[in-house]
Write a protein of this length. Structure first.
Length: 650
């Protein structure tokens, strides 16, 4: 037997090691001391030096065939090398097209289910992306497959997981119609049915299987080095032992995996930006009982049954199960405190904190006012679509969004306004929405919209290092007058509509009121003096707002393929939210510099520069539909070898 002492989790390693040695010499067992037959390491893939593992875990590697031998294909997906250019959040795009495809790209710990919120530019089999990669890495010759991995089983139903994370391994269903990335690895069952895939997903999600996976990790366990991130590579998953199971057990495991997926889908149904969204938490009971605590408890029962079946399949005794269960309980506790790896782009940065129910309700009411969401689900006038299945393609719209062609709660041109008494006053329309669904109307709705809403909205519509708010407040300098633009409805005429239908009429009213007050002269009361001062300031701000809009409007031709950040960049001086304004200002500076000449907006403002670049950059030419301008460079002549040169010299 070989003896090991483990002090990784202790800060004072010298004293700890000394105490362990004393305990070992006295024959007293101590936590952190292991006695192992070193020959057992030979049964592990690459002879992993896992001295801490439970004996049953090591024995499983010699008793069972691997997942790869059970026809599981674990695969690496694509990388863009420029996510800002080639990825979008799904709500940034105006309508479904053959250009954008859903992309699974890892994310936070979430077994069985996680919404897929990204899309990738895959038009013409990723022609533009491939050209950009070859431009950036010319030594690849004419193949970018090592980055795109077109040999992978894209668009097929399967299993996906986060490659690098501080959390435990958390496989989840991969819907059909998706591409996956090298941050969100995926697996498929060759010749297997959807039921087969579901059963394998259940096994991979079980505690005994996770233990077999974690034994192979270089990081050993979560207690090391302050919780370093683990890399769940395809080779590790393929080499993990897979138990044999009969048809009845496989069917039950598949059923349990699907039940867990449905429960987590239900929980996600109150998240505005999810494909699963129905209604905010404050209204969710209108569609039937909704008890998150009960759902979480049910998920716990499902996981426990999966674990029990998996323990039996792997042949773990009751004694063997205890340390495995304890290690996973400890790991989950740590995961709650530190989940995402900040250095990994594959992790989702979304704040996981619970959304305040009141704020969520008011945000939904704003969405209904703009025509984004459908109030009729809350009143019973519309029945939600049938619940999807785990491998179904993702919908173009969430169930809670207003279906195409249906009349919105309030008809408008894509602009609402913060202006009491106006027919398109956002605060009053949102209040009417709450009245329509029999919910209390807060007295501070207008103040909440002015002070708090955009920050709240920006946070909820930011994921995977992309910020993509869809309600844009363009305000006068003091914020006393705000136009709210609805991103999905933006056109080249939107700014002209803002000027002609909103700012100019408001300015005319203000000028008229100011003139009437000035005529009174010394007869003005103290209140009238204050009012004149307010109106005069507003008049100057409205003139400035109008002039800025007029300066931007002629060249402003938005294209939703550019995404929210690029599209909003020319408007940066009109946003009053400082962090968002700064981001847009920086984006505009980069647009001016030429960093984003792939954007349609760049072609609008600097067509000569962009067209000239298209002659030498195939990816830009494809992006703008100007491939006829691109000139393929002549192949560089091959250099003669040394011997040939010597012969020529002779």
């Amino acid at each position: 037997m070989t003896h090991f002492i483990r002090v990784l989790e202790f800060s004072d390693k010298e004293s700890t090691l000394k105490n362990f040695c004393c305990s070992f010499r006295s024959g007293k067992p101590d936590f952190g001391a292991f006695s192992v037959d070193a020959s057992t390491f030979r049964s592990l893939p690459s002879s992993v030096f896992a001295y801490w593992m439970n004996p049953s875990v090591g024995d499983a590697f010699s008793r069972f065939r691997s997942f790869a031998e059970h026809s599981l294909k674990a695969q690496v997906g694509c990388s863009t090398k420029d996510d800002f250019r080639f990825l979008r959040l799904w709500w940034e795009l105006q309508e479904p097209s053959d250009k954008w495809i859903n992309l699974a790209k890892g994310g936070r710990y979430s077994p069985f289910y996680s919404d897929i919120h990204l899309q990738i530019n895959w038009k013409d089999n990723a022609a533009e992306l491939e050209a950009a990669i070859l431009k950036k890495y010319p030594y690849l010759g004419d193949s970018a497959n090592w980055v795109l991995h077109r040999e992978s089983d894209y668009l097929k139903p399967g299993i996906t997981w986060t490659r690098r994370t501080k959390s435990e391994f958390s496989p989840r269903f991969l819907p059909s119609g998706c591409v996956f990335s090298e941050k969100g690895l995926s697996a498929f069952i060759e010749g297997g049915s959807r039921k087969d895939i579901s059963a394998v997903l259940a096994i991979l999600s079980s505690k005994p299987c996770r233990s077999l996976i974690e034994v192979q990790l270089a990081a050993a366990d979560k207690s090391q080095a302050g919780g370093v991130a683990n890399s769940y590579e395809v080779g590790i998953i393929k080499s993990t032992p897979a138990p044999d199971m009969d048809a009845e057990v496989a069917e039950r495991l598949a059923e349990l995996a699907c039940l867990a997926w449905k429960q987590k889908l239900t929980l996600d149904g109150i998240q505005e930006s999810s494909h699963a969204f129905h209604l905010p938490a404050a209204l969710r009971d209108r569609l039937g009982s909704f008890d998150p605590l009960a759902i979480e408890a049910d998920l716990g029962r499902i996981q426990a049954e999966i674990d029990a079946i998996a323990f039996d399949l792997y042949g773990f005794s009751d004694e063997d199960r205890t340390p495995v269960q304890a290690s996973h309980a400890a790991a989950r506790t740590e995961d709650e405190e530190s989940d995402a790896d900040p250095d990994d782009e594959g992790e989702d940065e979304e704040n996981a904190a619970l959304i305040d129910q009141t704020a969520g309700l008011l945000s939904w009411a704003v969405g209904v006012a703009f025509g984004h969401f459908d109030w009729r689900l809350a009143t019973g006038e519309r029945v939600s679509a049938p619940e999807p299945e785990p491998f179904d393609p993702l919908p173009a719209k969430s169930p809670g969004m207003l279906p195409d062609g249906d009349a919105p709660f309030h008809a408008h041109s894509g602009i609402l306004v913060d202006d009491p008494g106006h027919a398109h006053d956002l605060a009053r329309i949102a209040e009417r929405v709450l009245e329509r669904v029999d919910m209390p109307v807060p007295a501070n709705m207008r103040r909440w919209l002015q002070k708090d809403f955009f920050s709240f909205h920006l946070q909820r519509y930011s994921k995977s290092r992309r910020k993509a708010p869809i309600y844009w407040p363009l305000a006068a300098a003091s914020g006393s007058y705000t136009l709210w633009l609805y991103y999905p409805s933006l056109t080249s005429q939107t700014l002209y509509t803002a000027i002609n239908d909103f700012v100019e009429p408001k300015l005319a009213d203000v000028v008229k009121e100011a003139a009437a007050l000035r005529v009174k002269g010394s007869a003005r009361s103290r209140d009238e003096e204050k009012r004149l001062e307010t109106v005069s300031s507003l008049e100057a701000e409205l003139i400035d707002l109008r002039d800025q809009l007029q300066a931007i409007a002629p060249k402003y031709r938005p294209n939703h393929d550019d995404g929210v950040q690029i599209t909003a960049a020319p408007l940066w001086p009109l946003f009053r939210h400082k962090p968002w304004q700064k981001l847009l200002k920086d984006t505009w500076a980069k647009l001016q510099k030429g960093d984003y000449d792939w954007a349609h907006l760049a072609m609008n403002y600097w067509p000569e520069r962009v067209r000239e670049k298209c002659k030498t950059d195939k990816s830009l030419a494809i992006a703008h539909g100007l491939e006829d301008l691109y000139v393929e460079p002549e192949a560089a002549p091959q250099k003669a070898r040394g011997r040939k040169k010597k012969e020529d010299a002779e």
